[in-house]
Write a protein of this length. Structure first.
Ligand code: ASP
Length: 350
């Protein structure tokens, strides 16, 4: 599985960033080292999936790249002013939740009842503060609600009607459940239903699974943060919660190790506590960030049938993307480098 087909390394002298990408058959590791002079860094993903170049319409691919750039710039504007990383994550991911092209907010994957039910979480690496919501159906921007749970309660996770009620009572924008449903996601649901009947009904296949969005940030104060938001998986069982709102599975941040946001087959990321295990390996087993992320994604999950990707960052601002799928929409920007994005696993961010 780890067979390396291609290694791409290059440095951008003017930007004081070095890029190094390693791609294998269906797996990709890309390292973006922040130079000594970076005051802040933001890196995002927009989900990992099986779509290849031929599968994506050019207009849609162009819009995905434009949305990723806009999200990086929205986060960067706050980081430049010295805002905490978690606020930059909310700004960046709100934009992607509002875009119908990602599996979060409007355009979220639909469950077996044809409803969008959202999971989101956020974590601050300085003090391990965290907030999450699961199974909400009326919060327009679930990542903002996760942030509100972190900022204004002493709890970590609220779910279902309780999450909706909390958001409505804390001044967050609400939406009718129909707002989230797009024709494209509805068609994906019909396709999944047609493909999967009987015992495999809850085992979705194909690209319809993916499109979750997430971000990791190093802010001006030197703190790491991570956040992730999703509609989960197409045709998911009513009430199913994935890894995204689970601190330690889909999201984790600690200044003493790293920040991680995951995307992929959530049941695997939960059982292997992927986000926390990557950071624990960095902190306790002396593995590099790229080694630790590969250990989880390539060595542990892939042989079991679990695919997906992570965006990770260490306290220096070094960013590592790892994916075991044909694409992972992603991007990175820092105080001294412009936004650069990529969609497929066989390209590097540019
Ligand atoms: N991890 C998400 C879930 O299983 C889905 C995804 O990232 O595409 O709910």
């Amino acid at each position: 599985m780890k067979e390396i087909q291609r290694i791409v390394c290059r440095s951008i002298a003017t930007a004081s960033l070095a890029l190094c990408g390693v791609a294998a058959a269906e797996s990709m590791t890309e390292v973006v080292a922040a130079g000594d002079t970076a005051n802040w860094v933001i890196a995002i993903h927009g989900g990992a999936g099986s779509a290849r170049r031929a599968d994506l319409e050019p207009e849609m691919e162009a819009q995905i790249r434009a949305d990723l750039i806009a999200a990086l710039e929205a986060g960067a504007a706050l980081l430049e002013q010295g805002a905490p990383g978690a606020e930059a994550i909310v700004a960046a991911l709100t934009l992607l939740e509002d875009s119908p092209l990602f599996n979060a907010g409007r355009g979220a994957a639909l469950d077996e009842h044809g409803q969008a039910r959202h999971d989101a979480s956020i974590m601050h690496g300085k003090d391990l503060a965290a907030g999450a919501i699961a199974g909400s159906s009326r919060i327009r921007n679930p990542i903002a609600a996760a942030h509100a749970v972190m900022a204004s309660t002493r709890n970590v996770m609220l779910h279902g009607d309780g999450a909706d009620w909390f958001a409505a009572n804390n001044g967050l924008e609400m939406a009718e459940p129909t707002y989230f449903i797009t024709a494209r996601r509805y068609q994906s649901l019909l396709d999944e239903r047609a493909k999967n009947t009987g015992p495999t009904a809850y085992v979705p296949s194909g690209d319809a699974l993916y499109g979750t969005v997430g971000a990791v940030v190093l802010d001006r104060a030197g703190n790491l943060s991570a956040g992730t938001t999703t509609g989960g998986r197409t045709n998911k069982r009513f009430g199913r919660i994935g890894d995204t709102p689970i601190i330690g599975a889909g999201t984790y941040a600690s200044n003493s190790s790293c920040a991680v946001s995951a995307t992929g087959h959530g049941e695997y990321f939960m059982r292997w506590t992927v986000a926390r295990d990557i950071c624990a390996r960095v902190e306790l087993a002396d593995e590099s960030l790229e080694q630790a992320a590969n250990t989880l994604l390539v060595d542990k999950l892939l042989p079991e049938g679990g695919t997906g990707g992570v965006v990770t960052m260490e306290p220096s601002g070094k960013t590592v993307f790892v994916a075991t799928t044909a694409n992972m929409r992603r991007g990175v920007m820092s105080s001294n480098t412009p936004p650069r994005v990529a969609v497929y696993s066989d390209e590097v961010v540019q």
